[in-house]
Design a protein around this ligand. Structure first.
Ligand SMILES: Nc1nc2c(ncn2[C@@H]2O[C@H](COP(=O)(O)OP(=O)(O)OP(=O)(O)O)[C@@H](O)[C@H]2O)c(=O)[nH]1
Length: 372
């Protein structure tokens, strides 16, 4: 999410507030227009009729076009607030027998509409209620100043505090959401990494492979690497030393290739490197560099002195044709198998094998004896 979804939620809440606000305006304005007596001239009815027509038009627009952007809540609040002030002012002279009550009731009615619909929107609340409050104070001409001020101030203070609390809650929710999403991202990153070596695991490989294949660009190679005689290493030096050797070999592999290459711990002591956007010559050079880096680590391993006195690895490499990863993997695995059979600590290319065994090329299985 982002906070985008949360913003959409707030927008839809704002939209509902506006619809409720318009509805309350329509009902109140129509009620007051119908109550107009025969003594009330048409000019005194004009504000409520305007409020009703304006609110009906805006509400209809919102209902017909749910996607309509509502940016003008404040302007709508101010406009209707001014019309209410005009209404109170023009009707005041026809309500002389209950003048004070009339002002109080008028004030409370407008505050009621603001409070119900604009409780979450302090500025719109003020823009709607203040013209009425000012008009009422002027018309009252100091007769009930204390009562009027109390009636104006109490809701204003109340809503300001309420608004500040909502703001804090809103900021807190935003922070919480961002934190949750950041944590989710880091968990999902972790689930793609091998905990011992920090390299990608199979899941990470699948993820990277997908995005690489989606780009449909460049040629890629699958390189499979397997540490030689690692069982003997564990048997001789213990599992903990075995783990340390795995970590050092992983680092050497990572150091030998480019940042764009995807290095994966594919199994226990087996690694897969996806060499991306690379030609065959460079791919072979990178693969050979890995083999050499591991030899250079000089991790003592006296299992078979004829091959090496250090930890080594064997490798098989094959091109990734189109998006057929499985075939590339099978071919790299066959080349690796042959590298092991031919004495270990070597790199074999599936393409070279195919070229050097042309007569049997129709049946790739003939290249090998046995299969892994
Ligand atoms: N220390 C350690 N050993 C591991 C880990 N994962 C796999 N291994 C060991 O790696 C060894 C792999 O042995 P094999 O599959 O027989 O292969 P190998 O002995 O390397 O022989 P070749 O591959 O034929 O050269 C096994 O003994 C596993 O226990 C690991 O995370 N830590």
């Amino acid at each position: 999410m982002q906070t985008k979804i949360y913003d959409e939620l707030l927008n839809s809440k704002r939209r509902l507030s506006l619809m409720l606000f318009l509805f309350l305006n329509i009902v109140t304005a129509l009620f007051l227009s119908l109550r107009a007596t025969s003594h009330t001239p048409l000019t005194a009815c004009a504000p409520t009729l305007l409020i009703a027509i304006f609110s009906v038009a805006l509400l209809a627009r919102l209902l017909i076009n749910p996607a309509a952007q509502i940016q003008r809540l404040n302007s709508v609040a101010l406009f209707t607030g001014l019309l209410w002030a005009w209404h109170i002012f023009s009707r005041y002279h026809y309500q002389f027998y209950i003048a004070d009550n009339y002002l109080l009731v008028a004030l409370v009615s407008v505050f009621f509409i603001s409070a119900i619909a604009l409780g979450d929107h302090l500025l719109a609340f003020c823009l709607h209620a203040l013209p009425t409050a000012a008009t009422v104070l002027i018309l009252d001409a100091g007769r009930n100043t204390l009562l009027m001020l109390f009636t104006v101030t109490l809701p204003l203070v109340g809503f300001t505090l309420h608004h500040l609390m909502l703001r804090r809650l809103d900021n807190f929710t935003r922070r919480l959401l961002s934190q949750l999403y950041a944590e989710k991202e880091s968990y999902s990153d972790l689930s793609m990494l091998d905990p011992l070596t920090g390299l990608y695991n199979r899941r990470g490989l699948t993820n990277r492979l997908q995005s690489i294949l989606e780009k449909h660009s460049g040629s890629h190679f699958v390189l499979l690497l397997d540490i030689d005689n690692f069982k003997a290493y564990n048997d001789n030096y213990g599992h903990t030393m075995g783990d340390q050797a795995l970590i050092r070999v992983s680092t050497a592999i990572r150091d030998a290739v480019r940042s764009r290459d995807v290095v994966t711990r594919f199994g226990g002591e087996e690694f897969l490197v996806l060499l991306t956007n690379v030609n065959e010559t460079i791919a072979m050079q990178l693969a050979e560099r890995i083999r050499q880096y591991v030899v250079n680590l000089e991790i003592s391993h006296r299992f078979n002195d004829k091959v090496s006195t250090h930890v080594t690895l064997s490798a098989g490499i094959a091109p990734l044709e189109g998006d057929d990863f499985n075939t590339a993997l099978t071919n790299a695995d066959r080349a690796l198998y042959l590298a092991k059979n031919q004495g270990r600590n070597m790199l074999l290319s599936w393409q070279d094998l195919m070229n050097s065994t042309q007569p049997q090329a129709a049946d790739p299985q003939n290249v090998f004896t046995g299969g892994k």
